[in-house]
Design a binder for this molecule. Structure first.
Ligand code: PLP
Length: 452
């Protein structure tokens, strides 16, 4: 029997461990190149990543000056996530407080307040009828879980043939296998895998323009495809209103209402992937709010923890949850090791409270107005085919592939961090970005478009 009165095992004080020797920048770069994969990168790496030493507010501090800059204003929010900026006292406090209680415990057979509080909060702020939350460890995993929920729902209902997905072209849903299968089949990097991926049903990309009138021909196209494949479709999955990494395109929310009606009419589930659009980015708390429709399943991630830790969530309606639980296998067979991580959940709850406790709509609108005026000069740049802004998202599109290295360098010269891709130079700044910094980001986007 363990003796509960025995003295706790003595942990050596931190000072007993030798402090690791800091790397010189050149050494760090060489080791990075030799050993560390970067997103969508070759091995060894070809591009020289900038070394970030720390970050605070909207600024990244570099380990050594580049193009004369030792600080860069972040125009990317670390891929849509750092909406409150870096090193935020409220989020730091949430992380620190939880760290002193526990960083992690397994979620099988155990539960804890951080996860329960976050799940309850997510149910409160997402559209009805989403009532149940699966906490996943990344956006791609939350999409895998969404797909598994939909397929299992129909299997449990005795209709196992309903196991394909329909999406529209131009989308991005992550890099693991099911998400890859619904990414744009041409535009993405996933073409390579077309023979190995589940074959899904693709509609044409939705017509461009948030304010565009509904195109009846496109509605017919959607109706025709859904009707034709209804017997084998488990779900329609789309990014509502903004297609992010698939091409930064905006479409009318009216198409989401069309999808909702068609899915109801043909017995198909509707999944919204709000991983990029969630938490205010498009001007509504969730992009579904532009259309006033609710999906059966919804994924959130990215800004969920304010960019602090990796966490995502899949929410579903009671109809979906009960359907699964009535099946032959009455459980959802998914359970990541780090499911419900308390540290991430605590920071996520703090991030959501921080967002809702301020006039986030006003801040997003303010940044949108700054982007609109600051990016207008981009129309005068040779090769620019479109300049568009929605919420706190600004996009400049070119008639050619951007020279990423040249464009990035041009932005750095302006003191801004941007990460252009394909024919796009774009920005989605943290909501705490001041007007002067928004203007600076816009100058950098224009410079990157010119020199890229
Ligand atoms: C980023 C993204 C994902 C994937 O999320 P990860 O956390 O990178 O796995 C999925 N869907 C959308 C819409 C995204 O923007």
């Amino acid at each position: 029997m363990p003796d509960e009165h025995a003295p706790a095992r003595v942990v050596p004080p931190l000072s007993a461990l030798p402090a690791p020797k800091p790397y010189a920048p050149d050494e760090l770069r060489a080791l990075d190149r030799a050993h560390v994969w970067h997103p969508y990168g070759p091995m060894p790496g070809r591009q020289e990543p900038l070394i970030v030493e720390s970050a605070a507010g909207v600024r990244l501090r570099l380990a050594e000056p580049v193009e004369g800059r030792s600080e860069l204003v972040d125009g990317m929010s670390s891929w849509w996530s750092a909406v409150h900026g870096y090193n935020h006292p409220v989020l730091n406090e949430a992380a620190r407080g939880q760290l002193d209680r526990m960083s992690h415990v397994m979620f099988g057979g155990l539960t804890h307040e951080p996860a329960v509080r976050l799940a309850t909060r997510l149910v409160e702020i997402t559209p009805e009828p989403l009532r149940h939350v699966f906490l996943a460890d990344s956006g791609s995993v939350s999409v895998e879980v969404a797909v598994k929920m939909c397929l299992q729902f129909w299997r449990s209902a005795g209709r196992p043939a309903k196991r394909r997905l329909l999406t529209w072209r131009g989308g991005y849903h992550g890099d693991t296998w099911q998400p890859m299968s619904v990414c744009d089949p041409q535009g993405g990097m996933h073409e390579l895998w077309s023979g190995s991926l589940p074959r899904q049903v693709f509609a044409d990309a939705p017509p461009d323009g948030f304010d565009a009138e509904l195109d009846p021909a496109y509605v017919r196209h959607l109706r025709e495809l859904i009707a034709r494949h209804a017997d084998e479709l488990a779900a329609v999955i789309v990014e509502p209103v903004v297609q992010g990494a698939g091409g930064m395109r905006f479409h009318s929310p009216a198409y989401l209402r069309v999808l909702r009606e068609l899915c109801d009419a043909w017995d198909v589930l509707l999944v919204f992937d709000e991983i990029a659009t969630g938490f205010g980015r498009t001007g509504k708390l969730f992009a579904a709010g532009h259309a006033g429709v609710s999906p059966d399943v919804m994924c959130v991630g990215k800004a969920l923890t304010g960019g602090y830790l990796t966490l995502a969530a899949t929410l579903c309606s009671s109809r979906v949850a009960e359907g699964i639980s009535r099946g032959e296998v009455p459980v959802l067979a998914h359970g990541p090791t780090f499911m419900g991580n308390p540290l991430a959940a605590s920071v996520a709850s703090a991030s959501v409270d921080l967002l809702l406790g301020q006039d986030w709509e006003g801040e997003v609108a303010r940044i949108g107005a700054g982007l609109r005026s600051g990016l207008a000069p981009a129309w005068g740049v040779a090769g620019v085919t479109d300049v568009r802004v929605l919420g706190a998202i600004g996009v400049v599109q070119l008639d050619h592939e951007v020279d990423m290295a040249a464009a990035t360098r041009a932005a750095v010269r302006e003191g801004v961090w941007l990460r252009p891709f394909r024919d796009l130079v774009y920005t989605m700044p943290p909501y705490v970005t001041g007007d002067d910094d928004v203007a600076r980001i816009c100058r950098a986007v224009c410079a990157a478009a010119r020199e890229g």
